[in-house]
Design a protein around this ligand. Sequence first.
Ligand code: NAD
Length: 477
Amino acid sequence: MFFSVIYFFPKLILYFIALMIFDMEYATIIAQQRSFFNTHATKKVSFRIQQLKKLKACIQHNETLLFDAIYKDFKKSDYETYVSELSLIYHEIDLAIAKVKKWSKRKRVLSSLANFPSKSYIIPEPLGSTLIIGAWNYPYQLSLGPVVGAMAAGCTIILKPSEIAMHSAQAMQHIINTTFDPEYCTVILGGIAETSALLEHKFDKIFFTGSTHVGKIIYQAAAKHLTPVTLELGGKSPAIVTPQCDIAMTAKRLVWAKFLNAGQTCIAPDYIMVHEDVHDALLEALITHIKKAQYTIANKNYTQIINDRNFDRLIQYIDASKVAFGGSYDQKERTITPTLLTAITFDDTVMQEEIFGPILPILKYTSIDTAIQQIRTLDKPLSCYVFTKNTALKNKILNEISFGGGAINDAVMHITESRLPFGGVGNSGMGNYHGEAGFESFSHYKGILQKPFWLEPNLKYAPYNSTKLNIIKKLLG
Ligand code: NAD
């Protein structure tokens, strides 16, 4: 005991000194960003467009660096990195450049009779100094996607990517910090200690992507300063497969959506609820498509599990008695092959938390009402997918299950639609982004009533009397 104290005490002191130095550095950067924001430079639409163009150019010029970094983190292939990260960011940037002028314009709305004569309008204004905290599973998209919204809205930005995908975080730090002035946009690296130190400071907006557990910590830290938050969290997203669907196409789309990024996707179908009549046909079709995709340990295009902790957590779910396909893994390579589990119930361990890996439990249902009831016993998911040609059934599910967003007869692809707001509800998050929703997320909407001086009816002024009351009742309804 004595020796361990002698050994650890100096290290602990050094650690706290390092944190204090970091904290002073953070305070300086935040103060510089605040002063820069107060120059109003970021409010000019031309400035925002210029920064968005710079962002796109620096990503494009550094694609190879970004591909290499993410491959080092978890062997994510160039193809998947381009399709599921960079192309989405480019698309967001292009849309923001094309629309930011329109989004940031003041909007006229009708004034009521009570204020005649007057004008009413809404002015979008940037919230100010923002902190964006990213997750590791799509390190570029989940960090730089919100940056696009913040830039379009005219905010200053501190980006803290996830330390878990360390090489990707360092690559982003390199390209952002060599492209932008730190008083406008900068990347700070770090884990829990550094993020906690950052959260002690006051921001005008915090945008967080990550787990529900950490989301609660962020929300509490933000509450101390009454800072508005967007929380992009996780959950167990169901895919409901009804008898009235094209089974082969359903399986093809589900296999892609689930095993993309080795299942480490917040909106991946977490589990399948399939009608008993089509259970066997779906299982067979899923196996066919997994085989076609060649997701094997040897395949260089099949992503690794991010770290040992997640690998160990995932293999606990592989109950050999329930494996219908797959179930093999390689500890050294941190790879788990696509695994289908059958005869699963809501009581199984795999149904108790978000899987976040290439393991897909398949549950049978007989009655859609019971299936909906069971899904609703879990927290509100980030996504829900319905495979059906039956419009009434589709509408029933959309009406009766609350979830962030989703797709009909597809999965995951709704994230590619910049015109759809993206976000969770309940335990899967609060607030939205992508496209205009991203701009809104970093904006405050000032409501303004403007009156001329030439007329002011005496009706609202004291002394009051019954005649005034009768007129007011008629006017205001
Ligand atoms: P995480 O919550 O562990 O980490 C996210 C971020 O929070 C990281 O930057 C990390 O450094 C920081 N962090 C971790 N612990 C902290 C603490 N105690 N105090 C302050 N900051 C802390 O999440 P993750 O493992 O990176 O990502 C996986 C989770 O994120 C899954 O639940 C997934 O569903 C969810 N997710 C959601 C979305 C979405 O868009 N809704 C996208 C991707 C991932």
